[in-house]
Design a protein around this ligand. Structure first.
Ligand SMILES: [Zn+2]
Length: 474
């Protein structure tokens, strides 16, 4: 039987703030365990939460970046459940009146509707030791977290693992550019819950959904969705019934298993937190945040393509990492040759910074890189040698110009001398010339160019040499 796949996403992202959501402890990943803690965030009785205004502002910023309506009154509620990483046995979250409602995100040709974004606190972290003991680090407890929930039961919705990943990647890019979260996936700063259901092709009745929580990494999300679609298809094809439940994705085994049958929001006994007043958000506040919004990827992409004449592919490569597009913007502000700068960034620089989990820092200064680009453009150094300079300067304190001079790579050969060398090489290779004249294939001339470059020890522009050879041969 043919099925339609319906996928819903709940995406958690840790907000970029100095302090936690309801206390003044540092919001800082990588600290010694249990050093960023106080009576509020470890849930000691009687400790009172104070809302971090900037966390609300960041949530509004995330909402505005995705076209959300901002509720003028938002309420914090207690979501009651027990787990060792949640010391007070409830999480401060939002159910009835979240900060952001009704947004959307464009993925390819589809505009995926998003139900809501709410602000809540993160839980601590359980660290399972090799000795079988489990330790708890409460540093993460109380860190501000936004949860985004897509509208799975509306058209259009996410229909494949590929679309889900495209959605997550775009969302991550927008959060990073908006400055609301660093979204470092390996540090758990962005996590996704996925729900999957199948319905007979074309049917308007939705099937029973199965949820998989806290999947780390987009590759795992992709595999988990693929697996779950197949699992449900097999059950339905055999005439079985899908149980509404939460399943745990085991990335090592490449399969999932039942964690618990699905709980409802009633099970959490949500009620307004009596320690926190409703949050009133004024029009003026929303306007102020709107004006402070940084430029977002879609807008930058349009500028790269329309103003700078870059291809869509190049624009996408530059925008993939914010520090790369920032660097590009700075370079172009100083040297208005966007296409040339882009070529260097998308090839040489990209090749050096790409790592397994994303991108590392750019280890050459703007001045050093621009010196290379300008001097290649001005034919003062050939491209091959410029790449050599880049390799030597990368990650060091060396200076491009000094390295080029030291290696005798600055092109200072005068035109007359170069003409002489070109003539000498052409005269001493009559066979190549004859072959070129017979076949008229310019590729044959590359050999002569190589010979000239050898003679001048790379201190000429290959394009110039080629032009001179062609001129000489008519
Ligand atoms: Zn605290």
């Amino acid at each position: 039987m043919q099925y339609d796949v319906v996928i819903g996403l709940e995406v958690h992202a840790e907000l970029k703030t100095n302090t936690k959501c309801f206390c003044a402890c540092k919001n800082q990943a990588g600290s010694e365990p249990n050093t960023n803690c106080c009576p509020v965030c470890v849930g000691l009785p009687g400790a009172l939460p104070i809302l971090n205004k900037f966390a609300v502002e960041q949530t509004i910023r995330a909402g505005l970046a995705l076209g959300f309506d901002i509720n003028r009154t938002a309420i914090f509620e207690r979501k009651n459940y027990f787990y060792p990483d949640l010391a007070k046995a409830y999480q401060i979250s939002q159910l009835v009146k979240p900060i952001c409602v009704h947004g959307s995100l464009r993925v390819g040709d589809k505009v995926i509707p998003i139900h809501r974004i709410h602000l809540e606190e993160d839980a601590g972290k359980l660290v399972h030791g090799a000795d079988g003991n489990t330790l708890i680090d409460y540093n993460r407890g109380g860190v501000p977290l936004i949860e985004l929930v897509t509208e799975a039961l509306q058209e259009p919705h996410i229909e494949s693992a590929e679309e889900a990943i495209a959605f997550l990647e775009k969302l991550r890019q927008i959060y990073i550019y908006a400055g609301v979260s660093d979204c470092l996936i390996e540090k758990g700063q962005m996590r996704a819950d996925v729900n999957v259901s199948l319905k007979p092709k074309g049917s308007s009745t939705y099937g029973t959904k199965v949820e998989m929580k806290n999947i780390m990494g987009f590759k795992s999300v992709y595999r988990a969705i693929k697996y779950e679609i197949e699992r449900q298809r097999d059950i339905l094809d055999d005439g079985g019934v899908i149980e509404q439940e939460t399943r745990k994705w085991d990335d090592d085994k490449g399969e999932n298993f039942t964690l618990r049958t699905k709980e409802n929001s009633q099970d959490y006994r949500y009620f307004p937190d009596p320690d926190l007043l409703a949050v009133e958000i004024s029009d003026a506040e929303v306007e102020r945040i709107k004006k402070s919004m940084p430029i977002l990827p879609d807008e930058l992409k349009a500028r790269y393509m329309n103003e700078f004449g870059l291809s869509e592919y190049d624009a996408d490569v530059l925008l993939q990492f914010k520090h790369v597009s920032d660097f590009f913007n700075e370079c172009v502000a100083e040297y208005n040759q966007p296409k040339n700068v882009c070529n260097w960034l998308t090839t040489e620089i990209m090749a050096r910074i790409k790592t397994e989990t994303g991108a590392g820092p750019i280890l050459i200064s703007k001045q050093n890189l621009l010196w290379l680009i300008k001097n290649v453009d001005d034919k003062k150094i050939n491209r091959l040698n410029a790449k050599e300079v880049l390799s030597k300067v990368w990650g060091t304190n060396l200076n491009s110009e000094a390295v080029a001079k030291q290696n005798n790579w600055i092109i200072d050969i005068d035109n007359g001398a170069l003409d002489g060398i070109v003539k000498k090489v052409v005269d001493s290779n009559p066979n190549v010339v004859a072959q070129f004249k017979a076949e008229a294939d310019p590729k044959i001339l590359n050999y002569l160019v190589g010979q000239v470059m050898k003679e001048v020890r790379g201190k000429a522009s290959a394009a110039d040499v080629m032009a001179k050879i062609k001129e000489l041969l008519g």
